[in-house]
Ligand binder design. Structure first.
Ligand code: 13P
Length: 251
Protein backbone atom coordinates (compact mmCIF):
# COMPACT_ATOMS: atom_id res chain seq x y z
CA UNK A 1 0.00 0.00 0.00
CA UNK A 2 1.45 3.37 -0.93
CA UNK A 3 1.91 5.89 1.83
CA UNK A 4 -0.09 9.11 1.99
CA UNK A 5 1.75 12.28 0.98
CA UNK A 6 1.46 15.51 2.94
CA UNK A 7 2.55 19.11 2.87
CA UNK A 8 1.98 20.74 6.26
CA UNK A 9 2.39 24.43 7.03
CA UNK A 10 3.48 25.24 10.57
CA UNK A 11 2.87 28.95 11.02
CA UNK A 12 4.43 28.90 14.52
CA UNK A 13 3.72 32.10 16.51
CA UNK A 14 3.02 34.16 13.41
CA UNK A 15 -0.10 35.71 12.00
CA UNK A 16 -2.80 38.14 12.88
CA UNK A 17 -6.26 38.12 11.47
CA UNK A 18 -6.06 40.08 8.22
CA UNK A 19 -2.91 38.59 6.73
CA UNK A 20 -3.71 35.11 7.98
CA UNK A 21 -7.15 35.18 6.45
CA UNK A 22 -5.75 36.13 3.06
CA UNK A 23 -3.10 33.41 3.35
CA UNK A 24 -5.59 30.68 4.31
CA UNK A 25 -8.00 31.79 1.60
CA UNK A 26 -5.31 31.78 -1.10
CA UNK A 27 -4.08 28.32 -0.10
CA UNK A 28 -7.60 26.86 0.09
CA UNK A 29 -8.57 28.30 -3.29
CA UNK A 30 -5.43 27.11 -5.07
CA UNK A 31 -5.57 23.62 -3.61
CA UNK A 32 -9.23 23.30 -4.60
CA UNK A 33 -8.50 24.60 -8.10
CA UNK A 34 -5.60 22.19 -8.60
CA UNK A 35 -7.96 19.24 -8.56
CA UNK A 36 -5.22 17.05 -7.09
CA UNK A 37 -6.20 14.69 -4.29
CA UNK A 38 -2.56 14.29 -3.20
CA UNK A 39 -0.67 15.59 -1.32
CA UNK A 40 -2.90 16.24 1.66
CA UNK A 41 -2.44 19.85 2.66
CA UNK A 42 -2.64 20.86 6.32
CA UNK A 43 -2.38 24.31 7.90
CA UNK A 44 -1.31 24.66 11.53
CA UNK A 45 -1.99 28.26 12.58
CA UNK A 46 -1.67 29.64 16.11
CA UNK A 47 -4.61 28.68 18.36
CA UNK A 48 -6.09 32.17 18.13
CA UNK A 49 -6.56 31.76 14.38
CA UNK A 50 -7.94 28.20 14.27
CA UNK A 51 -11.59 29.24 14.01
CA UNK A 52 -10.89 31.76 11.28
CA UNK A 53 -8.77 29.33 9.24
CA UNK A 54 -11.43 26.64 9.73
CA UNK A 55 -14.00 29.02 8.28
CA UNK A 56 -11.76 29.66 5.26
CA UNK A 57 -10.93 26.02 4.56
CA UNK A 58 -14.42 24.69 5.37
CA UNK A 59 -15.01 21.12 4.24
CA UNK A 60 -12.47 21.55 1.45
CA UNK A 61 -9.23 19.76 0.75
CA UNK A 62 -7.13 21.76 3.19
CA UNK A 63 -7.18 20.32 6.71
CA UNK A 64 -6.49 22.06 9.99
CA UNK A 65 -3.96 21.21 12.68
CA UNK A 66 -2.79 22.50 16.05
CA UNK A 67 0.86 23.19 16.86
CA UNK A 68 0.88 21.45 20.23
CA UNK A 69 -1.51 19.98 22.78
CA UNK A 70 -1.50 19.14 26.47
CA UNK A 71 -1.47 15.49 27.51
CA UNK A 72 -4.56 15.91 29.69
CA UNK A 73 -8.09 16.58 28.40
CA UNK A 74 -8.80 19.48 30.79
CA UNK A 75 -7.69 20.97 34.07
CA UNK A 76 -5.67 23.69 35.76
CA UNK A 77 -3.04 24.16 33.05
CA UNK A 78 -2.97 27.88 32.36
CA UNK A 79 -2.14 28.71 28.77
CA UNK A 80 -2.38 25.16 27.46
CA UNK A 81 -4.77 23.69 24.88
CA UNK A 82 -6.03 20.10 24.97
CA UNK A 83 -6.34 17.73 22.03
CA UNK A 84 -10.11 17.63 22.61
CA UNK A 85 -10.25 21.43 22.29
CA UNK A 86 -8.33 21.26 19.02
CA UNK A 87 -10.67 18.58 17.69
CA UNK A 88 -13.68 20.70 18.62
CA UNK A 89 -12.10 23.68 16.83
CA UNK A 90 -12.01 21.63 13.62
CA UNK A 91 -8.51 20.15 13.76
CA UNK A 92 -7.71 16.73 12.33
CA UNK A 93 -3.98 16.95 13.12
CA UNK A 94 -1.68 18.18 15.87
CA UNK A 95 2.10 18.63 15.88
CA UNK A 96 3.77 17.23 19.02
CA UNK A 97 7.41 17.21 20.03
CA UNK A 98 8.53 20.04 17.78
CA UNK A 99 12.14 20.90 18.60
CA UNK A 100 11.04 24.37 19.69
CA UNK A 101 8.79 22.69 22.31
CA UNK A 102 11.48 20.17 23.26
CA UNK A 103 14.10 22.92 23.67
CA UNK A 104 12.23 26.05 24.78
CA UNK A 105 9.63 24.23 26.91
CA UNK A 106 11.88 21.40 28.14
CA UNK A 107 9.66 18.64 26.76
CA UNK A 108 11.22 15.19 26.94
CA UNK A 109 10.33 12.06 24.98
CA UNK A 110 7.88 10.84 27.63
CA UNK A 111 5.99 14.13 27.49
CA UNK A 112 5.87 14.01 23.71
CA UNK A 113 4.58 10.45 23.78
CA UNK A 114 1.88 11.40 26.31
CA UNK A 115 0.80 14.23 24.03
CA UNK A 116 0.66 11.91 21.01
CA UNK A 117 -1.47 9.48 23.04
CA UNK A 118 -3.76 12.35 24.02
CA UNK A 119 -4.07 13.29 20.36
CA UNK A 120 -5.06 9.72 19.51
CA UNK A 121 -7.67 9.61 22.28
CA UNK A 122 -9.19 12.81 20.86
CA UNK A 123 -9.30 11.30 17.36
CA UNK A 124 -6.48 13.46 16.01
CA UNK A 125 -3.55 12.46 13.85
CA UNK A 126 -0.32 13.14 15.78
CA UNK A 127 2.57 14.62 13.82
CA UNK A 128 5.48 13.52 15.99
CA UNK A 129 8.68 15.50 15.40
CA UNK A 130 12.18 14.12 15.88
CA UNK A 131 15.60 15.50 14.99
CA UNK A 132 19.16 15.82 16.15
CA UNK A 133 20.96 18.99 17.22
CA UNK A 134 24.10 20.20 15.47
CA UNK A 135 26.25 19.04 18.39
CA UNK A 136 24.70 15.58 18.21
CA UNK A 137 25.29 15.36 14.45
CA UNK A 138 28.88 16.54 14.74
CA UNK A 139 29.47 13.96 17.47
CA UNK A 140 28.27 11.23 15.09
CA UNK A 141 25.23 10.51 17.25
CA UNK A 142 22.45 11.26 14.74
CA UNK A 143 21.14 7.73 14.23
CA UNK A 144 21.30 6.96 17.94
CA UNK A 145 19.37 10.14 18.84
CA UNK A 146 16.72 9.51 16.17
CA UNK A 147 16.29 5.90 17.28
CA UNK A 148 15.82 6.98 20.89
CA UNK A 149 13.32 9.68 19.97
CA UNK A 150 11.34 7.32 17.74
CA UNK A 151 11.33 4.57 20.39
CA UNK A 152 10.27 6.84 23.24
CA UNK A 153 8.11 9.50 21.53
CA UNK A 154 5.95 7.45 19.14
CA UNK A 155 3.23 5.46 20.96
CA UNK A 156 3.43 1.70 20.51
CA UNK A 157 -0.05 1.39 19.02
CA UNK A 158 0.54 4.01 16.32
CA UNK A 159 -0.24 3.39 12.67
CA UNK A 160 -0.59 5.17 9.35
CA UNK A 161 -4.13 6.25 10.23
CA UNK A 162 -3.26 8.21 13.35
CA UNK A 163 0.42 9.14 13.21
CA UNK A 164 2.97 10.90 11.00
CA UNK A 165 6.62 11.34 11.90
CA UNK A 166 8.50 14.48 10.89
CA UNK A 167 12.29 14.47 10.71
CA UNK A 168 13.42 18.00 11.50
CA UNK A 169 17.15 18.35 12.13
CA UNK A 170 17.35 21.19 14.66
CA UNK A 171 20.24 22.86 12.83
CA UNK A 172 18.15 23.14 9.63
CA UNK A 173 15.11 24.81 11.22
CA UNK A 174 14.77 28.47 10.35
CA UNK A 175 18.44 28.67 9.39
CA UNK A 176 18.23 28.39 5.63
CA UNK A 177 20.66 25.49 6.02
CA UNK A 178 18.83 22.54 4.51
CA UNK A 179 19.96 18.97 5.08
CA UNK A 180 21.48 17.39 1.98
CA UNK A 181 19.43 14.78 0.12
CA UNK A 182 21.93 12.14 1.29
CA UNK A 183 21.50 13.20 4.95
CA UNK A 184 17.71 13.21 4.64
CA UNK A 185 17.66 9.85 2.86
CA UNK A 186 19.85 8.24 5.51
CA UNK A 187 17.83 9.65 8.42
CA UNK A 188 14.49 8.69 6.88
CA UNK A 189 15.63 5.16 6.07
CA UNK A 190 16.76 4.76 9.68
CA UNK A 191 13.48 6.11 11.08
CA UNK A 192 11.46 3.92 8.72
CA UNK A 193 13.37 0.80 9.77
CA UNK A 194 13.03 1.67 13.45
CA UNK A 195 9.27 2.27 13.18
CA UNK A 196 8.84 -0.97 11.24
CA UNK A 197 10.80 -2.98 13.78
CA UNK A 198 9.01 -1.58 16.80
CA UNK A 199 5.40 -1.00 15.74
CA UNK A 200 3.12 -3.40 13.89
CA UNK A 201 1.89 -0.78 11.41
CA UNK A 202 5.07 1.29 11.65
CA UNK A 203 6.43 0.86 8.15
CA UNK A 204 3.31 2.46 6.64
CA UNK A 205 3.60 5.67 8.66
CA UNK A 206 4.25 8.69 6.44
CA UNK A 207 7.58 10.45 7.07
CA UNK A 208 7.91 14.17 6.45
CA UNK A 209 11.08 16.23 6.20
CA UNK A 210 11.19 19.68 7.79
CA UNK A 211 13.92 22.29 7.99
CA UNK A 212 14.30 25.17 5.52
CA UNK A 213 12.07 23.57 2.88
CA UNK A 214 11.68 26.18 0.12
CA UNK A 215 10.32 26.13 -3.44
CA UNK A 216 13.83 25.59 -4.85
CA UNK A 217 14.59 22.44 -2.83
CA UNK A 218 11.08 21.01 -2.37
CA UNK A 219 11.02 18.82 -5.48
CA UNK A 220 14.37 17.16 -4.82
CA UNK A 221 13.60 16.49 -1.15
CA UNK A 222 10.08 15.19 -1.73
CA UNK A 223 11.29 12.85 -4.49
CA UNK A 224 13.51 10.89 -2.08
CA UNK A 225 12.40 7.31 -1.53
CA UNK A 226 11.46 7.53 2.15
CA UNK A 227 10.21 11.13 2.12
CA UNK A 228 6.41 11.35 2.01
CA UNK A 229 6.14 15.10 2.28
CA UNK A 230 7.25 18.30 3.93
CA UNK A 231 6.68 20.14 7.21
CA UNK A 232 7.18 23.77 6.29
CA UNK A 233 7.84 26.69 8.63
CA UNK A 234 8.89 30.06 7.21
CA UNK A 235 7.85 29.36 3.62
CA UNK A 236 4.33 28.44 4.76
CA UNK A 237 3.73 32.10 5.66
CA UNK A 238 3.84 33.06 1.98
CA UNK A 239 1.05 31.65 -0.18
CA UNK A 240 3.08 31.52 -3.38
CA UNK A 241 6.03 29.78 -1.72
CA UNK A 242 3.84 27.31 0.16
CA UNK A 243 1.81 26.48 -2.93
CA UNK A 244 5.01 25.95 -4.94
CA UNK A 245 6.09 23.38 -2.32
CA UNK A 246 2.67 21.71 -2.58
CA UNK A 247 2.98 21.67 -6.39
CA UNK A 248 6.46 20.11 -6.07
CA UNK A 249 5.06 17.05 -4.28
CA UNK A 250 5.20 14.05 -6.62
CA UNK A 251 1.56 13.51 -5.61
P1 13P B 1 11.54 26.34 8.62
O1 13P B 1 10.87 25.82 7.38
O2 13P B 1 11.27 27.79 8.88
O3 13P B 1 12.99 25.98 8.66
O4 13P B 1 10.85 25.58 9.87
C1 13P B 1 10.74 24.21 9.85
C2 13P B 1 9.88 23.79 10.97
O5 13P B 1 10.25 23.89 12.13
C3 13P B 1 8.53 23.27 10.65
O6 13P B 1 7.93 22.71 11.77
Amino acid sequence: MSRTRYVIGNWKMNGTRVGAQALARAVAAAVAASGRASPRVVLCPPATLLAMVAAETGEGRVALGGQDCHARPSGAFTGDVSAEMLAEAGCRYVIVGHSERRTLHSEDDATVRAKAEAAHRAGLVAVVCVGESLAEREAGRTSEVLARQVDLSVPGGSGAGDTLVAYEPVWAIGTGRVATPAQVAEAHAGIRARLGARIAGGAGISLLYGGSVKPDNAAELQALADVDGALVGGASLDAAQFLAIVAASPG
